[in-house]
Design a protein around this ligand. Structure first.
Ligand code: AOF
Ligand code: ZN
Length: 368
């Protein structure tokens, strides 16, 4: 592998092809655990001849898919792959070997693979065969790290990553006053939440949420229903009453250990890489307290409940140990999305109301 400074020769199309590979890789999120969601683009004289991403269940790998599209044209081609090609024998041979056999001339890699079976050996195999290797170390490398946070967290910490999703009104309340609709955000923000469900392996709530909401916890986006995460409930009980929608779910998991760390280790042993924590405030507080939250996504509705008995003394954000989101020091705001709101059944309806979605990432990933 070329030592620094290596990346000055990268062109805009190199970065564009790698960005495309990252987008393709994203398609696997929530369906490839315990594997990473990898994307691959193969080009010949600037034209795309193969695209691939890790398939549901984790195999075939992205490179195999892209190579089979490219066929014999892969000879002399340039390959963009979001993770170091594997070097180990799985159900099929190593991807590094497949790339060498296909006769590609160059491989651009966004991120090294920490899996002990790979860990640099994929790059070594390619270089030993005379293939030019470029390992990215810039913003693309950061994007690839973000895409693979679940896989990397499982590799380094033996637990899945946790995304905490919270939806509040203007005053930081998750709970709604008695008699009000439980829905705080509009259709568009709801769909965004469902996309988050599709991109996670497991969805976790506390028993309080089960009892208060009787939730389905599935992904209800048309065409993505099969990408629903596996539901899990944190509870001291070992069974769930038949009264709940979830009680009939064949894969429902009950997590009896009180410690978030232990719950996550148990999920890690099952190979899960991405957990979506959807409530309620007490479970969220426990996870935040134990430093077990990797990302926070805050859906903030423009409405403020104006019930005279409401809000209670303490907002739900305060109950979770968060005075106000911008005062967090462990997390920094990484993205904001703004969606039109179409909920008109709450008080304080404004013209042009918008739902804001704030994404916070760890200032420093746990595993660095
Ligand atoms: C790649 N391309 O698309 C993926 C890779 O269980 P196996 O045999 O599928 O191997 C899993 C390991 O392969 C996983 O831990 C990671 O190191 C790598 N994943 N590698 O070249 C891919 N998904
Ligand atoms: Zn592979």
């Amino acid at each position: 592998m070329t030592d620094k400074p290596p990346l000055t020769h990268l062109t805009k199309s190199d970065r564009d092809f790698m960005s495309l590979a990252l987008h393709l890789g994203r398609r696997g999120l929530g369906r490839v655990a315990p594997n990473p969601a990898v994307g691959c683009v193969i080009t010949q004289q600037g034209k795309i001849i193969g695209r691939g991403w890790t398939q549901p269940g984790g195999r075939p790998h992205a490179e195999t898919e892209a190579l089979s599209q490219a066929g014999p044209e892969a000879e002399g081609a340039k390959v963009y792959v979001t993770l170091e090609p594997c070097a180990h024998q799985g159900k099929t041979g190593p991807c590094a070997e497949a790339l060498i056999k296909a006769g590609v001339s160059e491989v651009h890699i966004a991120l090294k693979d920490p899996d002990v079976r790979v860990a640099g050996r994929g790059i070594e195999m390619l270089e030993a065969a005379g293939v030019g290797v470029t390992l990215y170390d810039d913003d693309i490398n950061i994007l690839a790290t973000e895409l693979n946070t679940g896989f990397l967290t499982l590799q380094h910490l033996k637990r899945p990553m946790v995304t905490l999703k919270i939806a509040t009104d203007q005053n930081g309340m998750m709970r709604t006053p008695p008699g009000h609709s439980r829905q705080l955000t509009g259709t568009y923000a709801q769909r965004r939440m469902h996309l988050m469900r599709a991109e996670h392996d497991v969805i976790l709530v506390g028993r309080g949420t089960l009892e208060a909401d009787n939730p389905s916890l599935n992904c209800r986006l048309p065409g993505l229903e099969s990408q629903s995460p596996v539901p899990a409930i944190a509870t001291s009980q070992t069974t769930v009453l038949d009264d709940y929608v979830l009680s009939g779910h064949p894969d429902l998991m009950l997590l009896n250990d009180k410690s978030p760390q232990n719950m996550l280790e148990a999920l890690g042993q099952k190979g899960f890489t991405r957990v979506l924590l959807e409530g309620g405030p007490r479970l969220a507080e426990a996870f935040l307290h134990d430093n077990c939250v990797d990302e926070i996504v805050h859906f903030q509705s423009p409405y403020a409940f104006e019930d005279t008995s409401w809000p209670p003394e303490q907002s739900d954000l305060q109950l979770m140990g968060i005075e106000n989101m911008s005062s967090q020091t462990k997390y920094s705001l990484s993205r904001v999305e703004i969606w039109p709101t179409d909920i008109a059944n709450t008080v304080a309806v404004k013209e042009d109301a918008k739902d804001n979605v704030f994404f916070y990432s760890r200032v420093k990933p746990h595993f660095e």
